[in-house]
Design a protein around this ligand. Structure first.
Ligand code: MEV
Length: 306
């Protein structure tokens, strides 16, 4: 039977989350250890088979609205037959790793593959954006981009994209806090803070992203680390950190991390820390794992895109 397949992956925002929504720069890298694959096939009635829900598309729970709306829109615009959507993903959900954008991305690619139709990068991103608007109202587009393409980016909404060489002689530890993040709520909390007069913090996050970009070019891992921690202080002031995230950041810093911060929307989700060598990275990972039973990963940044 004819099938269509689409692939995507998770992403990690190094710096600039939330500021990206306000047109400031952000840096994100693909997280290829986490992947999503969707297979579509013709069927009698549209249905979804995923870790979150299995059943008719029309009966899917509200939390799947970004996906069901996307399927509905694709069906109308592309005159699709009823399809089954088999979604397999190991990208942690509600963890700031772009799971919602990645699922949307793999669905769109699977549908176009099924139709044997060309899909331009621009159309791909605008379909994902359609789904992301349902997910959290005001997406910058950074998740759509980084979960779909294998490049790291210096991203700025509405601006020319700069591919980012994320090779660095350092290690990034990524740890799940065990608390569910909520990007929609986080974006709306930050908006409230901005409306109360905290736009200067967004400006500062944008400036810190530039600092990290330049420090990357100079391979200055000490400055990158310090700047990541400075960004975390601002994200905390913007009310999107949590006690658990703060605790993980403190633990990383007291275990020789060069810097640490939340990644993604916040209010839970994941924390990242930068370490100068593997031994220290392993130690931070172990300390985090002792705090919660959730998963942590070590990325060798010197291996990125080799
Ligand atoms: C979410 O991964 C990143 C945010 O900046 C939202 C966005 O840019 O769309 C919080």
């Amino acid at each position: 039977m004819k099938a269509g397949i689409g692939y995507s992956h998770g992403k990690i925002i190094l710096i600039g989350e939330h500021a990206a929504v306000y047109g400031k720069p952000a840096i994100a890298i693909p997280f290829l250890a986490t992947k999503c694959k969707t297979v579509v096939k013709e069927t009698l009635e549209s249905n979804i088979d995923s870790i979150v829900y299995r059943g008719k598309t029309s009966n899917a729970p509200e939390e799947l609205t970004p996906i069901t709306s996307l399927i509905k829109e694709l069906t109308i615009k592309l005159d699709l037959p009823n399809l089954s959507f088999d979604i397999k993903s190991n990208i942690p959900i509600s963890s700031g790793m772009g799971s919602s954008a990645a699922v949307a991305s793999s669905i769109v690619q699977a549908v176009y593959d099924y139709l044997e139709k060309d899909l331009s990068p621009k159309d791909k991103l605008s379909w994902i954006e359609f789904s992301e608007i349902k997910a959290h109202g005001n997406p910058s587009g950074i998740d759509a981009l980084t979960t779909t393409f294998n490049n790291a980016w210096l991203f700025q909404k509405g601006s020319l994209l700069v591919e980012f060489d994320s090779n660095l002689a350092a290690y990034l530890i990524v740890g799940q806090s065990g608390e569910k993040g909520n990007t929609k709520e986080a974006v709306s909390i930050v908006k409230e803070e901005v409306d109360k007069g905290k736009m200067n913090l967004i400006e500062e996050l944008g400036r810190l992203t530039q600092v990290v970009y330049e420090a990357y070019l100079a391979e200055d891992i000490i400055l990158i680390g310090k700047t990541l921690t400075a960004a975390q202080k601002i994200l905390k002031e913007l009310q999107v950190s949590t006690e658990k995230i703060d605790q993980m950041v403190e633990l990383a810093l007291s275990n020789r991390a060069l810097g640490a911060k939340l990644t993604g929307g916040g209010l839970g989700g994941c924390v990242i820390a930068l370490a100068k060598n593997y031994r220290e990275a392993e130690n931070i990972k172990m300390v985090w794992e002792n705090l919660s039973t959730l998963e942590a990963w070590i990325l060798d940044l010197s291996e990125e895109k080799k």
